[in-house]
Design a binder for this molecule. Sequence first.
Ligand SMILES: [Zn+2]
Length: 729
Amino acid sequence: MNAEDRRPKVNRVGSTAQRLAEKPYEKRVCRIECYPSCVQPGESYVGLSVEEWVDFIDEIGVEVQVVDGEINRGTPRFRSRMIPPYSNVDNDRLPRFLELAHQRGILILSYYPVIYTKPLKPLQPEWLMQFLDDGRPALENLGWFCFNSPYRDWLPEYLIEWLDNLDLDGFYFDDTNYGSHEERPFYPSCCCSYCEKLFREETGLEIPRKVDFDSLDFRHFVNWRYEKMKDFMHHLFRQIKAKHPDVILDMNSYIRPTADWSDGHPLNSFHLEDVGGYFFVETFRSLREPNFTAKVLRSTGTPFGLFRNVTQSLQGFGGAPYPDMFSPAIAGLAAIANGGAPCGNPFDGPTMLHKDTVKSVFSEFKKRVDYIKGDTVKYIALHYSQQNRDFRPSEIPKNTGQTYFHEIGQKDAYGAYEILNRSHLLFDFVLDERLNYETLSQYRLLFLSNSACLSDEQCEAIRRFVYEGGTLIATHETSLLDEFGRERGKFGISDVLGVEYRGTRGGTDDHGIIYVPQDAELSRNFGYVVCFYGQESAVSVLPDADIHVLCTRSCLEGERLLKDFDPRLDYDSFEPAITINHYGKGRAIYICGDVGGAYMNNPYPPLKRLIVDLVKQTPPPIEFEMPEAIEVTASRRSANELMVHLLNNPVPLLPWRITNREKHDAEMTTFLALREVNPIHNIRVRFNDFTVKSARLPLQGIDLDISGNAVATVIVPEVSLHEVLLVEY
Ligand SMILES: [Zn+2]
């Protein structure tokens, strides 16, 4: 007998394919990553037995569980030929757990840290990553491998061996960054000999050995890393699926508002759908963030999960026993409302102390499983940009470790998101790679919130979009730089905006800015002045522009700008501040202030109302009258059916410097954990663009009346936590 024949045969219950036929992965909305003692390696365990644990997760409604199929970053729990297994491998309880879970139809994925295989370090030290010098002391590599080395093929072979030896349904890939994996920010990789050779072959450039954003070659390297990361993940997924075609491969991505270039994750799509894969993102900070991140993930086109860690804690205990359901429910429902699936473990445990909460949250998720997929109703496209994240001068301090890692970046885009989202204006994020005419032509309005870095091709797409009848709202330094952050010295789309850049105004630090409405209706709505605190550009109107000045800039200066304000005094400089330019069949509204960033400095309601007023000059397809607490999405569920999600999320916008992780984690899950969510009544929905035939609330089983002659109006009587409104048209 050879070695292969002596290995124990894998005890398989049915197959992953059968379980997916019963219920596809995307419809499994009750996913949990947890590591109960009985499923962990080790000779003994505490608490529930494997049998009791499977009964427990079945009862609370788990459909997918992520377990640790490896030990301490890479040691296998089976007799591998590639890495020595741990000592107790022949008595491991994992196979029994897999057998029992599969008897209940539960999918089981194993955690695997993609770049981090500690036991391989002594075997293949030449495959380890080499970090760039970012000014910090050198770091010992604990087992972080370069995927441009032969590790690229070693890893899929190893993981195939796992699937040959354990009855797993797939992998949950963590540690997917391109660099070290201790302490943020991670040390960026990689300048090993494999990368050096590849980079030279593919770009003709020498690989950089230190972080240097002043170097154009380095900026090329930053973009090259993204391509290598995507290419490797595709390779990994393809290789594994070639042998195990039904396997679930779900990858942790770092596309969140605090991420920077160093992780090596593009703020563009990984396109994992091309290789049958999935991805998810962990969201942190307040419960405002899940909806933001879910919207970003939806814009990638890849099926996604939205991961949330513990949402309610108690000092001295970690996760709180008997937690309230509101916070974990809202985190998960934000995923569902945006076309994704909840995942992670917002409950802690779970143990019997979390049982009722998990059960009730999961049962709410399951009720909504048929209301996830849909194509969004297109109104506003909000640009969210990797180019700006990486190369815009405002972001360089974050990219070079001069600011706290867990702060959000691109405040301007985040602020625009906050304004649009909490004003119930329907919008999608549009990432750099989709900022083309084909995508834009589906929308009525493009919002460029200080999108300074734009390529010539993107400028041309924007130009055509407006020329063909679209509305553009652009702020501050939009189009002033190219896609690598190089200065143009002028706007790339000045002809579209009807104004030309004349430099910064009032310095490069945030300061008080006063706009003076010139338009009669704006004056009626906003009074003498609209104020905010941020940065601004100076512009001049192009001589042949067909322009209308909506607001000018005040000439008031000094410490307390509005002390002793009197409209009879001169307070108007008559410098253009908000303009509308007619261009082709469309219009471009230019705002010289960074209103998105200013809104994050201070979410001042008149500033929000001003932006909303400008946006709504381009009529929305659907309008909502409801409090700020509600977050809304709308999509086409089928050819003649609209699906509107109304999520009651009263969590306030926090000062943007209140991050979490090391600094503020405890506040987020104690003082800011939701202790109640009050129902909201009589939400009015006006369907400007749809001839509505019927409307109903499927979760409550209620049909709604339709009123209004020209414009159909529906009143949703109550939203307690979340409601789905289905509209036939
Ligand atoms: Zn390398």
